[in-house]
Design a protein. Structure first.
Length: 118
């Protein structure tokens, strides 16, 4: 069982930055691939970025060059640095942990709201 807790969301103006954190309580955190997803009102949840156990990273095209995912296994934490935020980035951001990079049926956090004003 992996419990995930997101933090760092908030209200920011367009062009600003936020850093999201995903903290876990499981002792096997380093064995999990971690992904950040987001869901805007009326839209489906979509993958933002993911990082494998070995550090391989994938980004959605709409965040490339603006967002950076990283993990610190010693802290049982994954971070999402979000720069040059746009109003369309407004969503609830979720952290997910899975045994493979496909993140099929992962463990989910409760989400953190990110609101970008224009």
């Amino acid at each position: 069982q992996v419990q995930l807790v997101e933090s760092g969301g908030g209200l920011v103006q367009a062009g600003g930055s936020l850093r999201l954190s995903c903290a876990t309580s499981g002792r096997t955190f380093s064995s999990y691939a971690i992904g950040w997803f987001r869901q805007a009102p009326g839209k489906e949840r979509e993958l933002v970025a993911r990082i494998s156990v070995g550090g391989s990273i994938n980004y959605a095209d709409f965040v490339k060059g603006r967002f950076t995912i990283s993990r610190v296994n010693a802290l049982n934490a994954v971070f999402l640095q979000m720069n040059n935020l746009k109003p369309e980035d407004t969503a609830v951001y979720y952290c997910a942990a899975g045994l493979t990079m496909s993140l099929i049926t992962p463990y989910w956090g409760q989400g953190t709201q990110v609101t970008v004003s224009s």
